[in-house]
Design a binder for this molecule. Structure first.
Ligand SMILES: [Mn+2]
Length: 352
């Protein structure tokens, strides 16, 4: 006969087994190089991560509540080496708590690694790593910007579908210590009570209009004071007055969002009532933008760690690499990405 305590012991054993596996997955991710990337994982393991991530997102709220301190990251877009550099510089979970604002996949070359490592961290440390949904965590966008092709080429469309099933259930916004609201795109005129979000039915795709579209697609724009039509074809534009009114209405102090490349990795809007964070340095290998991570400390003082790509060094190394063997190239490339200039900028939000 099975007793309750037997069942509990069984569940604990199972949980421990999963924990050991997730730890092992994360350790392998840290030994990643462009050369060994197809040998590190079986498709079965990646599928398992997707199924478990989906379940975990589905169980959690659409609107996360997070206590400071926490570090906030913007778009990563498949730049896996840069994600590793970012974690190396800003601290690895679970010692450092992270909130990611979405757009993990598409554009860059290693979307599978970016999203799978973050899934593994989220599953192992659900109260230390939080992942929001960006407009690129969506099927129609992934068909167009690279993630679908990457999955099909390196693994299968079955794996691609499993990622989509997880994306459908991801949370859409987070509130830090009741004061700072975070999302991928922006605020919404239709969001008058944050409790509206608890009614979002998942799994869901991202529509072109409405609250979910705005949270994942909207952009701040000085051409409007309140709200206006966006040129992206989904979500809307919002102006400085809209930000001010939105914060007052919800008794909040700051909006943190991602979704747009900004030269310094972070950029304020509307008298520092909104900040854009972008965390993919040297975006697509063509922009010379820096990447930033925003730290919110216990007192809600915000600061930024900026990783600036050293363009001259990158160009010199590329030249050098062309003359070297393939194996050496990989090594150089790894070192090059870590060699970014790191600046920390402290900004007192009350001083503006
Ligand atoms: Mn985006």
């Amino acid at each position: 006969m099975t007793t309750t305590s037997d069942a509990k012991a069984g569940a604990d054993r199972q949980k421990m087994k999963v924990g050991i596996w997730l730890n092992n997955v994360i350790e392998r991710f840290k030994t990643w190089t462009p050369k060994n990337c197809q040998k590190l994982f079986s498709e079965k393991e990646l599928l398992e991560l997707c199924y478990r991530a989906r379940e975990s997102f589905w169980k959690s709220s659409v609107r996360l509540e997070i206590k400071a301190p926490v570090k906030i990251c913007g778009d990563i877009h498949g730049q896996y080496e840069d994600l590793l550099a970012l974690l190396e510089l800003n601290g690895w979970p679970p010692e450092t708590k992270y909130l990611f604002l979405g757009d993990y996949v598409d554009r860059g070359p290693f979307s599978v690694e970016v999203i799978s490592l973050l899934f593994a961290y989220q599953l192992l440390y659900p109260d230390k790593v939080f992942l929001l949904r960006g407009n690129h965590e969506s099927r129609p966008v992934n068909m167009q910007y690279g993630f679908f092709l990457e999955c099909r080429k390196r693994f299968s469309t079955t794996l691609y579908d499993a990622y989509q099933m997880a994306f459908y259930c991801m949370p859409l916004c987070a509130v830090i210590s009741d004061k700072i609201i975070c999302m991928h795109g922006g605020i919404s005129e239709d969001l008058v009570d944050l409790k509206q979000l608890d009614k979002v039915e998942r799994p869901c795709d991202i529509p072109d209009i409405g609250v979910i579209a705005d949270l994942t697609w909207a952009d701040p724009d000085t051409s409007v004071q309140m709200y206006g039509e966006s040129n992206r074809g989904a979500g809307r534009f919002f102006g400085p007055e809209a930000v001010k009114k939105f914060l007052a209405m919800h008794n909040l102090e700051l909006v943190v969002r991602a979704h747009q490349v900004v030269y310094d990795g972070y950029q304020f809007f509307a008298d520092r009532q909104l900040v854009t964070i972008f965390s993919a340095p040297f975006y697509c290998g063509t922009m010379d933008n820096a990447a930033a991570v925003m730290t919110v400390d216990e007192e809600l003082v915000c600061s930024f760690t900026v990783m600036r790509p050293n363009l001259k060094k990158i160009k010199d190394k590329e030249k050098e690499n062309q003359e070297k063997k393939e194996t050496e190239q990989d090594k150089e490339k790894k070192v090059m990405v870590i060699k970014v200039l790191v600046l920390t900028v402290l900004v007192d939000l009350n001083q503006s």
